[in-house]
Design a binder for this molecule. Structure first.
Ligand code: SAM
Length: 231
């Protein structure tokens, strides 16, 4: 795993010495994965590429240095934990609706000595009530279809902030379906960046949505509504 991480980080222009703490986090996830469901990816090389380097690739899209960011639906900590390991001055909130995953993340961050990380057990649509318009960046991977995801993430962004939606490259139709939601929620499609996960040849995509005006107060709605009647 270390060799793949070092090569991948170098390809991304990042500090190859961060391979060690990234691997240490991987070991904690894989160890806990034996007793709870954290990830289906258990092969070392796949873990390095599909979790760690995929998360790291976000830094080629936007620099998290000095930013207040939230990872919505972080699960086992992706992309938020690798981003925090790679950007010591980023202030990162890891948000998930599953308490056991959040407990694991708190423990893991403590074991790794990572400060500047807040692991929060809450549903995004409820968390927004007290934390709307608070973050420079809301990032998210594999959580919900884009129209619903925008309703969970854009209310959390400050005006001038960004929502980074990590998607597969076959997401053109999903993006088309989300155009109305993006506009309604105060967003504007900024760009779509396809990238190759270093050392893998696998292509993924980041949809970058800028927050251009405050989200109307009635959003986000309760999740049942978001799901049943997507914007
Ligand atoms: N982002 C991680 C990744 O890419 O490996 C985890 C993806 S996992 C498929 C989706 C995660 O999103 C789950 O841990 C789930 O609990 C969380 N989730 C889904 N909807 C949510 C919501 N409305 N609020 C908070 N967490 C949510």
């Amino acid at each position: 795993m270390l060799d793949i991480l070092r090569r991948g980080l170098t390809e991304l222009g990042l500090d190859a010495a961060k391979a060690e703490p990234l691997e240490a986090f991987a070991r904690l996830v894989l160890e806990r994965n034996r007793v709870m469901n954290l990830t289906a990816i258990t092969d070392d090389a796949d873990f390095a590429r599909l979790h760690l380097l995929d998360s790291a690739a976000l830094l080629a899209v936007t620099d998290f240095d000095g930013k207040r960011a939230i990872d919505v639906g972080t699960g086992a900590g992706f992309p938020g934990v690798p981003l925090r390991i790679l950007r010591e001055r980023a202030d990162i909130t890891l948000l998930d609706g599953t308490g056991k995953r959040v407990d694991f993340l708190r423990e893991a961050c403590q074991t790794l000595g990572l400060s500047g990380v807040d692991a929060v057990h809450a549903r995004a649509e409820e968390y927004a009530a007290a934390h709307r318009e608070s973050f420079d960046i809301a990032a998210s991977r594999a959580v919900a279809p884009l129209p619903a995801l925008c309703e969970l993430c854009l209310p959390l962004d400050k005006t001038g902030g960004q929502h980074l939606a990590m998607k597969c490259v076959d997401s053109d139709a999903e993006l088309d379906n989300a155009k109305r939601a993006i506009e309604t929620l105060g967003g504007e499609l900024n760009r779509v960046e396809d990238y190759t996960i270093p050392t893998s040849g696998i292509k993924h995509r980041v949809i970058v949505i800028g927050k251009v005006k405050p989200t109307p107060k009635q959003y986000p709605r309760a999740y049942g509504q978001i799901k049943k009647k997507p914007l």
